[in-house]
Design a protein around this ligand. Structure first.
Ligand code: PLP
Length: 375
């Protein structure tokens, strides 16, 4: 199998699975229990938190484990709206956020909030000035993702954080950094909330984390229940997932510079190979080295994904979360119909090889040469 869909989820390395197995099989204590089996887990949970915090470059006591990136996005937006509920009910988000943000915005709209959705240009870009101009005296929160999961475009979160106090000192800034984990420092970004998820870096599915900065006073929990995570995120700690997340974070930290250079070279290689195929066009101005978005203009992406899938090659038609529905990100680019129909995403991990890209490029060329395009 050739797996070129790391932005959907990444394979779990053996070392991560082993770390999880040890906890599941031997260290099954509940961190809230007082006897040594529980107390030991409480201590280890704090070690795992420190390790993940090191990858984000944030203080460990400001990082809270969640069940996934989706939960982090929902928690951050709701906590921001709650903190500023007397100051205003306006939210600024981009039209290309992940559905975890967009659907939460829709809920907030139904509860009386007003949301401004910022449209990108035809390349997927959104400038800091565009975001800041949308901020009003009643803006409770801004949600600006760090890396777009379909295009690989990187958004100017740090610039927005720097400019925000002058526009409205109360507005809280959230960034969905799920696709950027391992590439940023939360300290340097300056956002009040940073959402991440383990399964995009080789950790297990079912665990994420939310950084909550000092400007967030008494953050409102999303769940009511026990006093875990310092009373802010109820639910018995998912210890095996935490162990796996921490091990994946360690591996990411160890290989960070080497992997980045490899991915950049691989991205350039894949781009050149794919764009050599007739009717293949680049999509968006993405610079994240693990995501490449292109369009086989005139050939429906769903058919391409199925054809390659039947040959054991995994790629995606836009975001995996939108399968079967037109992607809101591609729609926001306002591409011509035939170009929009053919948008596919390849995404890479540290173990992806040039040989795998070659096989994928050959399969795409074959698809173009043998399948009927749309009318
Ligand atoms: N945000 C972005 C940008 C993503 O790519 C994803 C997953 O695809 C999520 C949020 C949701 O993360 P999770 O799958 O952990 O809920």
């Amino acid at each position: 199998m050739i797996y070129l869909d790391h932005a959907a989820t990444a394979p779990v390395p053996r070392a991560v699975a082993d770390a999880m197995y040890e906890v599941l099989a031997e260290q099954y204590g509940n961190p809230s229990s007082q006897y040594p089996l529980g107390a030991e887990m409480k201590k280890r949970a704090e070690d795992w938190r420190r390790t993940v915090a090191a990858l984000l470059d944030c203080p460990a006591d400001r990082l809270f484990f969640t069940s996934c990136g989706t939960e982090g996005d929902n928690w951050a937006l709701r906590a921001a709206a709650w903190q500023n509920r007397h100051a205003g009910r306006h939210i600024v988000a981009t039209a290309v956020e992940h559905s975890a943000v967009l659907e939460c915005c829709k809920w907030l709209e139904r509860e009386g909030c007003e949301v401004t959705y910022l449209a990108p240009d035809g390349e997927g870009n959104i400038s800091a000035a565009q975001v800041l101009e949308a901020v009003r005296p009643d803006t409770a929160a801004v949600s600006l993702m760090l890396v777009n999961n379909e295009l690989g475009t990187v958004y100017p979160v740090a610039d927005v954080a720097r400019g925000l106090p002058a526009r409205n000192p109360k507005t809280l800034l959230h960034t969905d950094a799920v696709q950027g984990l391992g590439t940023f420092s939360a300290r340097d970004l300056g956002a009040d909330f940073v959402t991440v998820s383990a399964h995009k870096i080789g950790g297990p599915k079912g665990i994420g984390a939310l950084y909550i900065g000092p400007r967030v006073r008494n953050p409102r929990p999303l769940l009511a229940g026990g006093g875990q995570e310092r009373g802010l995120r109820a639910g018995t700690e998912a210890t095996a997932q935490m162990a796996g997340f921490a091990r994946a974070a360690e591996l990411r930290l160890e290989g960070r510079d080497r992997d980045r250079a490899r991915l950049e070279a691989l991205h350039a290689y894949a781009r050149e190979k794919l764009l050599a195929i007739p009717d293949m066009l680049p999509v968006g101005a993405g610079t994240a080295p693990h995501i490449l978005s292109v369009s086989l203009t005139g050939w429906p992406a769903g058919n391409i994904v199925n054809d390659l899938g039947s040959q054991g090659i995994c790629i995606s038609a836009g975001s995996a979360c939108h399968q079967g529905r037109p992607s809101h990100v591609v729609a926001a680019l306002k591409l011509p119909k035939r170009a929009a129909a053919g948008v596919i995403r390849l995404s890479f991990g540290p173990e992806t090889t040039e040989a795998e890209i070659d096989v994928c490029a050959q399969a795409l060329r074959r698809h173009r040469d043998t399948r009927m395009p749309m009318l």
